[in-house]
Write a protein that binds this ligand. Structure first.
Ligand SMILES: *Cc1c(COP(=O)(O)O)cnc(C)c1O
Length: 405
């Protein structure tokens, strides 16, 4: 399919509005993506036509809703190339998925076991593992980062040992946009028998992960960053590992048999899906994935790289700019500051000019500590953004610099 940006922008009603009297320029896509009309309509259609609880009812609507929900699961299975659809669990997002896995390990790890995370992680891939360490007596180890925002892979290999049980790293850093060599990280972890969780929250908007090719034990991502509804997400786990870890929440749907003496658990995926899930969300996430695949991830990646290069070039011409995360392998995320200016002040001024960027630590304080800064200005681009919008941001940044100096 030809990539037609004018047509694509028409799919996103929210983009066509003014903020503070200026056209909205939405460059906060790494925080959450906007939703195409197809997704919005599918949400309305679900509640207008098929709303019912799933997996239990004998009645017609319950069957229709169950079929739609399970079809969405299969769609996601195909999208990430999982071997079985029961290895795809619906969650409320990346944070929930990581907590589910970390909670499971908290119960099977022993004192002295080791968990490795990286310096580039989002807080949601740090804190749940700290909980797991507190509960199990395991020890947290951290892969250090280098000045260009890449991971110190030699140091990673030194950290690996027979004690390593879990390695948890992100596929792409949300704060810097750096793409990590996850395939290599997974291979090395497997050499010492460790399981690997990949946080794909920032990768899935830009690429189509192949979990069998990666060979990771777990892969997690959020629906709201890939044009889907908030409160949706996916946890992929290899069958063997989903059987190994205990359930996270107890309740309806996740049991086989309950007595007051003993409860046996349902089979996968239901063991991990206690209670009434976000049925509409799961179904509509399937619609979002269809939408992205219609545009095509090759088209998305090529276009976003064009935006990234254009923005990087335009930004580098501004005075006193400092970039963070300067490796070659990057997604369409740029983190920067101006010497002597607080990122928040810059963000607040350009907001007045209609430009939405994120300022702050981006839930990755260790990275900010590494660079010894309070935060950065982060512009993150999606396939529905344009070079004209980048020009508007550049003009706004120049004004902010003038006002603040
Ligand atoms: C957004 C993000 C998360 C957290 O996702 P939620 O949707 O807030 O649960 C975790 N890791 C990375 C890399 C992210 O970008």
């Amino acid at each position: 399919m030809k990539f037609d940006i004018t047509k694509i922008r028409k799919d996103f009603p929210i983009l066509n509005q003014q903020v503070n009297g200026k056209p909205l320029v939405y460059f906060d896509n790494a925080a959450t993506s906007q939703k195409p009309k197809k997704v919005i309509d599918a949400e309305v259609k679900y509640y207008s036509e098929i709303n019912a609880n799933i997996h239990r009812g004998v009645h017609h609507l319950s069957q229709v809703a169950t079929d739609a929900y399970e079809e969405a699961r299969i769609k996601i299975q195909k999208h990430i190339n999982a071997k079985n659809s029961f290895e795809v669990l619906f969650t409320s997002g990346t944070t929930f998925g990581i907590n589910l896995v970390a909670n499971g390990f908290a119960q099977i790890l022993k004192p002295g076991d080791e968990i490795i995370v990286s310096h580039l992680e989002h807080h949601s891939n740090i804190v749940p593992w700290q909980f797991a360490c507190q509960r199990s007596g395991a020890v947290l180890k951290v892969i250090p980062m280098l000045g260009d925002g890449s991971l110190n892979i030699d140091a990673y290999q030194q950290l690996l040992s027979e004690k390593t049980q879990v390695v948890a790293v992100n596929h792409i850093s949300n704060a810097l946009g750096v793409i990590n060599p996850v395939k290599f990280i997974i291979e090395k972890a497997h050499q010492v028998g460790a399981a690997v969780l990949i946080d794909g929250a920032q990768a899935t908007p830009h690429l189509k992960p192949d979990v069998q090719e990666l060979d990771c034990e777990f892969y997690v991502f959020s629906g709201h960053k890939i044009c889907g509804p908030t409160g949706t997400g996916v946890l992929y786990g290899k069958e063997e590992w989903l059987n190994k870890i205990p359930p996270y929440q107890g309740g309806g749907e996740m049991i086989k048999e309950v007595t007051f003496e003993k409860t046996t658990y349902a089979c996968l995926p239901h063991k991990f899906e206690a209670g009434t899930p976000n049925i509409a969300g799961g179904i509509v996430l399937g619609v979002a994935i269809d939408y992205l695949n219609e545009i095509g991830f090759d088209n998305i990646a090529a276009y976003e790289q064009e935006l990234l290069q254009y923005a990087t070039k335009q930004l580098s011409e501004l005075e006193n700019i400092q970039f963070y995360g300067t490796v070659k392998e990057k997604a369409s995320v740029i983190s920067f500051n101006f010497k002597g200016l607080h990122p928040y002040d810059v963000g607040a001024i350009i907001d007045k000019l209609g430009i939405a960027v994120r300022t702050g630590h981006h839930c990755a304080q260790p990275i900010m500590n590494y660079f010894d800064i309070p935060g950065t200005i982060r512009a993150s681009f999606a396939f529905y953004n344009t070079k004209e919008e980048i020009d508007l941001m550049i003009e706004a940044l120049k004004k902010a610099q003038m006002m603040l100096q």
